[in-house]
Design a protein. Structure first.
Length: 402
């Protein structure tokens, strides 16, 4: 590489580094450590950092199927978050895109199709791996980014793994929306031409209308397949379905026959977990929960029933609203159980502290006590208890339970 080209490349990297550190201050505050050029070069290229990513699997809804997650290590993830913040500051997703867009959710995606007689759902196969580094590199040179080739190449290197977007990186969702901008534009235009509604949530594409135009041999579906293939994607045939208003209409997991709602099965799961806790106690409910959660879902790590229920309730609140009676009753039951469980733990700790015997003292303390008269012995024991309580306090133990 000539000196002039090397100089331009270094200037490009320095400018990107400056922008990323601006984003890092916005994300983490002014006291956060700046990204260095050495870190940027280290994490951008797998030859420098062969352990940039770790892979693991999580279960899909369909039993026996798993999704491979390719997650960046901590250093690369921190940089990718800054890259993602920079991209989001420059880019507004197409109005039809609802996944991974700030301020939008699956509820917004579902509401678009309320009141329609027919719902047509398709799923894009291998969505993230279908987006290549070359496509990312090309899109980053177009408006609204208009990055030069060196910057676009460096960002693509930071965000891609083995030539494609990894499912698990903070930047991948935003970059899929960037790459799918033309697809969204084409499919929105197609929907208007057939008097249909269109939305996309990541790899889930939904059309809806008052007339059933979704026959496989129909003109609409033929055009739809052509556009999707032109954009480098494939339809997952096993997940293609059409539902009329006589059936359960579902969009991105939500029932929309009347209004966006969760399934009855979802609420029943929460009620079952709460009931087991109320009837059998926390320990028994936790054991029963893990029997279901681990063998069937094969999810590693520690999982506590109260955290899972809390997450499910937060999702329920997002869908049904915080004033919904079903949500409020279930939340009240959980809060009551958590408070009762904390009270039992505190009582148990209190009993352990009050039930003090001489074995709690250090060996030197015991030797000193045996040499003292009863009155002096009482003073030493009191001092030792005070010292023990001070150590508990220093360790963060809550002395209010005593």
């Amino acid at each position: 590489m000539q000196d002039s080209e090397l100089k331009i490349e270094n200037e490009t990297k320095l400018e990107l580094l400056r922008k990323l550190n601006e984003m890092k201050k916005k994300l983490y505050g002014n006291k956060s450590h700046s990204i260095t050029m050495k870190q940027l070069n280290y994490h951008a290229y797998p030859k420098n950092n062969p352990n940039r990513y770790v892979q693991f699997q999580i279960p899909k809804k369909k039993k026996g199927e798993f999704r491979t997650i390719t997650a960046p290590n901590a250093g690369l993830k921190s940089i990718q978050r800054c890259v993602n913040a920079l991209l989001l500051e420059l880019y507004d997703a197409h109005p039809a895109a609802n996944g991974f867009v700030p301020g939008k959710s699956i509820v917004d995606n579902a509401k678009i199709h309320l009141g329609q007689k027919y719902i047509y759902n398709i799923d894009l196969k291998d969505f993230f791996p279908s987006v290549t580094a070359g496509r990312v590199f090309a899109c980053l040179q177009l408006p609204p980014f208009s990055f030069d080739k060196q910057t676009a190449s460096l960002i693509a290197d930071l965000c891609c793994h083995e030539g494609v977007l990894p499912q698990g990186a903070p930047t991948s969702p935003t970059l899929t929306n960037v790459v799918c901008s033309r697809l969204d534009w084409r499919l929105s235009k197609l929907a208007r031409r057939y008097d249909l509604r269109y939305s996309r949530y990541a790899d889930d594409i939904t059309f809806s209308g008052m007339t059933n135009l979704f026959h496989e041999d129909g003109d609409f579906v033929k055009e739809l397949r052509l556009y999707i293939e032109k954009e480098g994607f494939q339809i997952n045939e096993s997940k293609t379905r059409t539902n009329s208003y006589y059936q359960r209409q579902e969009v991105t997991g939500l029932i929309i026959n009347e209004k966006p709602n969760v399934t009855q099965r979802y609420v029943k799961q929460i009620r079952t977990m709460l009931h087991n806790w109320e009837v059998s106690g926390y320990e028994a409910a936790q054991i029963k929960f893990l029997e279901y959660y681990h063998p069937s879902k094969n999810v590693p790590g520690e999982h506590h029933i109260e955290n899972i229920i809390c997450g499910k309730l937060d999702y329920l609140k997002m869908v049904k609203g915080q004033s919904d009676s079903t949500y409020l009753k279930l939340r009240e039951r959980l809060d009551r159980l958590v408070e009762l469980n904390q009270s039992k733990v505190a009582t148990s700790q209190s009993i352990e502290i009050h039930d003090v015997d001489i074995s709690m003292f250090e060996k030197d303390d015991l030797n000193d006590i045996t040499l003292l008269n009863p009155e002096e012995e009482k003073t030493v024991v009191q001092n030792s208890l005070d010292d023990m309580l001070q150590r508990l306090c220093d360790s963060g133990f809550d002395l209010t339970i005593l």
